[in-house]
Design a protein around this ligand. Structure first.
Ligand code: C2E
Ligand code: CA
Ligand code: CA
Length: 884
């Protein structure tokens, strides 16, 4: 599983959103940049190309200007050369001088024109180099012409070379202009320039060549003739090519030029001579041709100017368009760049701000603090924010429910609200589960608490709760100085109902009694059930004993009414003891004991009545308390001793064993009867101490006798019977106590008999369990005083006992029915495999009857009174020889 921390660390290593956005924007930005740069370069290149084309065209014009002026220089130069070399017939020096002057003026004027054109050319233009070269050659040829050092043909050839160089340069410039990759219109215009320049050159060449052929005269020198013929063909071809001119104004200029007589005149002459081969031309006509030729050159120069202007204008327009295109591309690129950067920045800022906010809130939520989630921004962020917000809302509801559960606020209406989503369903289900189990637990707890403090049968407060309530009432009485009353109610005849109709009916009777008591008491009074058929009514505040007695009377009356249970109608009565505390200074258990004592007297005085705890009773209680203390110290001081009453076999009168009976030599009182102090001890846990002491002493004594008087083979060893009180038998320690004394004395368990009264066995299931455990130890159990309680003979079958001791009231009775009953008890006990002991046998007649009825053993004054240990030992020893 990935911990939130490691997730956090990992996510921190990743680049933030703005970096991704920047990268994303950078790619197209670079593209736009490159594209813009390309466009700008293209435009710049176009502009440069336009500039170069314009410059080349300009160079063509300049070179052409130079060339045409150089051509103009040729005629006067040749004229001078002719004047210097020839003596034409009919010429006079005066005419020569006039012609020379005229030629020299023309020559000088042409030179100046040429120089001006050259000067223009050499100012850094494209044809500057050609211009320089031409200027060099011109300087030489001019010098030679001026010095009359050059023949006509040489001068002419030199000039032709110069013109040829210029023409080549002109053609090269025109080609260069054409070579630029200019837009169609411009390249067409530069082509126009090239065409016009070509015609101008051809036109410029053809006349001088013709004239030079004329000069060669009848000597048809191949070179001159051929040159002029070739130049003528070239000229005519160039002339025709001008039909392809693209610029309309140029076409107009060309059409008007070539239509002019000046122009056509030259062509007519040359056409004529071209057809005839070389025919000598008269001088006048030649001069006329030269003049027409010059005029035509200027015409062509004008046409070339128009062509150049057109080309330059178009190139300039191209330049401007390229510049504008570059500027637009730059602006567009820059704009796009700026726009996308700004857009990316804004988008990045918006998105990353809202995402950052969302991330912060999400982190807080992940740490468990349920903050408000509300982030504005792009749709996706708003959607996530809304979803997170909804999740937080659900978590809050979960938190609220969990909090309500944690605070135990289970009645909170919030807990019933369902939670959204599958998680919500699960959580809600578990919350409901917790709530219901907590409720169940609370109900169980309160049920348990109720059970612990209430009697299950009647739902009335039980003994413990009665004591607590009484304590609280007494405390209130102490503070307020008011009287507190306690009524102790014991049912009369309830045991009879139980025995005759069974426990189920008994339970219904108790419930009915509880209902009736509740109906009689006042609102503030409390009815409790102490257990069995004992109830108390706590009354506070009380005005006087009279009120309590009056209430007791009403309670007795209410209980005394017949009770219908199922098919039966039964009757019970009630004896009531009343105890009062005037100032609450008494303890609850003391007050309860006082009421109990009063009830005891009410029972003694005839039942169905109420007695108030008074000074006489108080004195009795005090005596009792004093007696308890005395018994406790007597046990410690060793004032108790055991007497042993022999138990004999009825059949042959032989000693069977002893019953250990406690005796108390109380200082200042003499011998105290067990009937006087055992019941007192039985009222408290003191009786357990007494029983333990008797058990230890009796087993120790018998073990000692056994050691002193070895067993006779074939004669059963004497047993010792010890009386165990009901309270001790119900104590969980009783089994251990018996095991302890057997272990301490070393007496075989079979020689120990435990005597218990039948009431104990009927009432207490714990006592029955203990009894079974004791029997498993190997000791024998006898039911004492059988017949006085409420056990039916039939119940004997299920009792965990070995022996039945029939109470002496039956043995001593002269009542015929009792005698019959004794016989019945003996037969029944034998049927169930039990041994029968008759108690209190005082007369031989009684013994005789018992023998007839098959009673096993007997005990009574007829045989022996309880004997001190020494006497019992003597008896044992005395029997020794008789048996031996
Ligand atoms: P119990 O268990 O029924 O004991 C028999 C009582 O009957 C003894 O009285 C005994 O002296 C008396 N008795 C025996 N034979 C005759 C007779 O032929 N005629 C008459 N009238 N009485 C006879 P005791 O010793 O006074 O004991 C009285 C009761 O005290 C006993 O009745 C028993 O319930 C109780 N008790 C005596 N010793 C102990 C004891 O060590 N522990 C306990 N828990 N109770 C004891
Ligand atoms: Ca006994
Ligand atoms: Ca007895």
């Amino acid at each position: 599983m990935t911990s939130p921390r490691s997730t956090c660390v990992r996510s921190r290593r990743r680049a933030p959103l703005w970096a991704y956005l920047t990268a994303l924007v950078l790619v197209p930005l670079i593209g736009v940049g490159v594209l813009t740069w390309g466009i700008v370069r293209l435009r710049t290149e176009e502009a440069a190309s336009a500039v170069r084309a314009a410059a080349a065209v300009h160079a063509v014009a300049m070179l052409d200007a130079v060339r045409s002026s150089v051509e103009e220089e040729v005629v006067p130069a040749l004229s001078l050369a002719v004047l210097d070399t020839t003596d034409a017939p009919g010429r006079t020096p005066a005419v020569d001088a006039a012609d020379r002057l005229q030629a020299e003026v023309a020559f000088g004027r042409a030179q100046r024109t040429t120089d001006r054109a050259l000067a223009l050319l050499s100012a850094g233009s494209a044809g500057a180099a050609a211009g320089d070269r031409a200027a060099g050659h011109l300087a030489t040829v001019r010098e030679q012409v001026a010095a009359a050092g050059l023949g006509v043909v040489d001068a002419y050839v030199t000039y032709l070379d110069v013109i040829k160089g210029l023409m080549n340069a002109e053609r090269a410039a025109a080609a260069a202009a054409n070579a630029e990759e200019a837009p169609l219109a411009t390249s067409q215009a530069t082509r126009d320039v090239e065409l016009v320049a070509a015609l101008t050159q051809r036109a410029g060449q053809v006349v001088p060549l013709f004239l030079s052929a004329q000069l060669a005269g009848g000597n048809p020198v191949g070179y001159a003739a051929l040159s002029w013929e070739n130049a003528w063909v070239d000229y005519v071809s160039a002339y025709r090519q001008l039909d392809e001119l693209s610029q309309s104004d140029l076409r107009v200029a060309w059409a008007s030029g070539r239509a002019s007589p000046t122009f056509t005149a030259v062509d007519e002459v040359l056409t004529r001579y071209a057809g005839d081969g070389v025919t000598a031309m008269p001088v006048e006509e030649a001069l006329e041709l030269v003049r027409a030729h010059v005029a035509r050159s200027s015409l062509l120069a004008d046409v070339l100017d128009v062509a150049v202007d057109d080309a330059q204008a178009l190139a300039a327009a191209d330049h401007r368009a390229a510049d504008a295109g570059r500027a637009t591309a730059l602006a567009l690129g820059a704009g796009l760049l700026l726009l996308s950067v700004a857009g990316a920045f804004l988008l990045g800022r918006t998105v990353s701000r809202s995402l950052g906010l969302l991330a912060g809130q999400a982190e807080q939520v992940s740490r468990g603090s349920l903050v408000d989630v509300e982030v504005d921004g792009p749709w996706e962020v708003r959607t996530v924010s809304a979803a997170l917000g909804a999740a937080v809302a659900s978590l809050r509801r979960i938190q609220d429910q969990a909090r309500a559960v944690a605070h135990g606020d289970l009645s909170n209406a919030l807990l019933d609200q369902p939670l959204p989503g599958p998680l919500g369903e699960v959580v809600h289900a578990s919350v409901r589960q917790i709530v219901s189990s907590v409720r169940q637990r609370e109900e169980l707890q309160s049920a348990l608490a109720h059970q612990a403090t209430h009697d299950q049968l009647t739902a009335l407060p039980n003994r413990g709760q009665a004591l607590q309530l009484t304590s609280a009432a007494l405390a209130r009485g102490r503070r307020s100085g008011s009287m507190t009353g306690l009524l102790f109610l014991d049912l009369d005849g309830f045991k009879t109902v139980n025995d005759h109709h069974g426990h189920a009916v008994g339970d219904d009777v108790l419930k009915e009694v509880a209902t009736r008591l509740g109906a009689v008491v006042r609102a503030g009074d409390t009815v409790c059930r102490l257990g069995g058929d004992e109830f108390v009514v706590l009354v506070e505040p009380v005005d006087g004993e009279g009120d309590l007695l009056e209430l007791a009377g009403r309670l007795i009356t209410a209980v005394g009414d017949p009770i219908a249970v199922g098919d039966h109608v039964v009757r019970v009565g009630a004896s009531v003891g009343v105890a009062v505390s005037r100032d609450g200074s008494v303890d609850a258990d003391v007050l309860l004991a006082e009421a109990d004592t009063a009830t005891y007297r009410a029972k003694r005085l005839g039942r169905g009545r109420a007695e108030v705890f008074d000074d006489v009773l108080r004195a009795q209680l005090a005596d009792r308390a004093e007696m308890e203390a005395a018994i406790a110290s007597a046990l410690v001081a060793g004032e108790m001793e055991l007497h042993y009453q022999p138990v004999v076999d009825v059949a042959d009168g032989r000693l069977h064993g002893f019953e250990a009976l406690v005796r108390w030599q109380r200082p200042g009182h003499g011998w105290v009867s067990p009937d006087d102090f055992v019941p007192v001890a039985e009222a408290s846990r003191l009786v357990c101490d007494l029983d333990r002491w008797v058990l230890a002493e009796a087993t120790r004594q018998l073990a000692a006798w056994r050691r002193a008087l070895p067993a006779v083979p074939g004669v059963p060893e004497p047993t010792v019977a010890v009386n165990i009180s009901g309270r001790h038998l119900a104590d969980r320690r009783v089994v251990q106590d018996v095991a302890d004394v057997l272990a301490a004395s070393g007496l075989p368990p079979a020689l120990l008999v435990l005597e218990v009264t039948e009431t104990v066995l009927v009432d207490d299931p714990v006592a029955i369990e203990n009894l079974a455990a004791l029997r498993r130890l190997g000791v024998a159990v006898a039911i004492d005083d059988f017949g006085t309680g409420y056990t039916s003979i039939g119940q004997l079958r299920h009792m965990p006992v070995d022996t039945v001791k029939i109470d002496r009231s039956f043995i001593g009775s002269r009542d015929h029915g009792h005698r019959e009953l004794v016989a019945l008890m003996i037969r029944a006990a034998h049927t169930f495999g039990l041994t029968v002991v008759a108690e209190g046998v005082e007369e031989p007649g009684q013994l005789e009857r018992l023998r007839r009825e098959g009673c096993d053993q007997a005990q009574g004054f007829l045989f022996h009174r309880p004997l001190p240990a020494a006497a019992a030992a003597a008896l044992l020893a005395g029997l020794q020889p008789a048996t031996g």
